[in-house]
Design a protein around this ligand. Sequence first.
Ligand code: FRU
Length: 560
Amino acid sequence: MDDRVILKKISYFILLAAVLCSCSPNKVKYHIGVSQCSEDIWRDWQNAEMRMEANFHENISLAFATAHDNSQLQSQQIDSLVASGIDLLIVAPNQLSSVSPAIDHAYDSGVPVIVFERKTDSQKFTAFVSADNYEMGRQMGEYIAVRMGGKGQIMEILGLKGSSPADERHRGFRDAIRHFPNIEVTATLQGDWTEGTAYNVVKEYLSQHDRHAFDVVFGHNDRTAIGARKAFEELHQPLLPSFCGIDGLPGENGGICQVRDSLLTASYIYPTRGDLLLQVALDILEGRPYEKEVMLTSALVTRENAKVLLLESDEVMRRSQQLDLLQDKASSYLQRINVQRIVMLLGCVVIVLLLVAIGLFYLYHRNKVNMQRERVLNNLWNLRVNTDNEDGPEKTEDPEKTENTEDHKASDASAGHSESSAGSNLPNDPIACSGPSDTSDSCAAGAESSVAETAAPSPFIIRFREVVERRMCNSELSVEDIAAEMNLSRVQLYRKVKNLSGASPVELLRTARLNRGYQLLLTTDKTVSEVAYAVGFSAPAYFTKCFKDEFGMVPGDVRR
Ligand code: FRU
């Protein structure tokens, strides 16, 4: 087969394997970055919802970053998410203004932005998803005021300064309380959404104020309210105020349970809705219509409805656990499929490597054989003679042994034995010769050697060539016959030829026969069989085989 055909076939196979390898059934299409301002139970809940939702869409990958309430860190994280090439950014800005430049930059660089739950101070976002923080503060204010019977003292613990929910909850709360002139917000303490800070600021306040008769403590979230409660509890007062917060999370440590267990008097559900966030994200990414401002509904949690809400949330959790299980099963199934795919891919890679290795080996081998053949031919016909040392260095090999082998080989052409042959040069010395039955032992009559000689060949080689050319058509011709005609023993002939040409007499004889055959095919109308006989092959089929080995094509190809 032609080298180029082999190379072509190998490259087709590699291409096919590469296409197969690149055909991933569940290719991720959308990389979504989620920038969370904090890490806490509320965010955990929301992140879990996003992950769960992402599982339903095989084409989504999520990258989470949490800034631990640090606006500067959050800005950096947003920058790196954008630099990583996300397709959409979901962000809860820690504070209103300090994170805005990073969000604006993301938006300006063409990344759609969903701001959720906390606002930025710019309009550069694609969608905003949140519950109404002002309304939550207002309704909580009304609930507390009514519960207090329209009179009494309140402690308010604010959320993180500069974050929009803190500001809005505060304004809503105050707007509600304003309608109750006998209610006084005696203390307004600065919190930062964390339980620890609330505990610290309340403890400090209480230690500085001897007389405190608070009826209600309103923390801007449940964790703040619980931190305040812990500080109050440390005073060992017989009468504790009521504690109210916002978030109303389901689950063991969530606000609903805390209301049920009377740790909190009320909470307000601040919906996490990570699932909805991803749905909006997909609507944006896939070009479906979406609302620019999505307002989430929420509800007050009191002792009256806490149990019902818990039942409902338990049911939701049970379902989501079932979904988790299903999800686990599905993903372990997918994993198995992936392992199978990897094994298949590896198999493909191994096959490709093997093919490449075989191809390379084949080419290398062919090249080597060709070079060897060329050398043999050149040695035979174009040899530069070292007249000083025509016999060449004495070989250490056992000439007797080699000669015996040669003896057998000499009549290979007539016996039809197979062996590797030499010579790939285009032959150029056609010789008119009689067929196999021609026992005249002279087939070089009228033949002319047209091999270009670059230097005067050795007289020995000239003689050897002359004998070979003249007698090659005799299929019975043996090395011994040639040696005898040259007045040499078989061993002497072998040594001389081998030393001068690097090839054995038999090899040179067969190469000469095949070259002559090539020439005859080119320049005469003889049939292949006639040519085979004419150059000393007793079996045309064997001639065809040797010819193919020699020239990489069958004799008929020369004609075509
Ligand atoms: C969670 C949280 C909630 C609070 C909200 C305000 O990080 O602190 O507890 O309601 O953020 O943005």
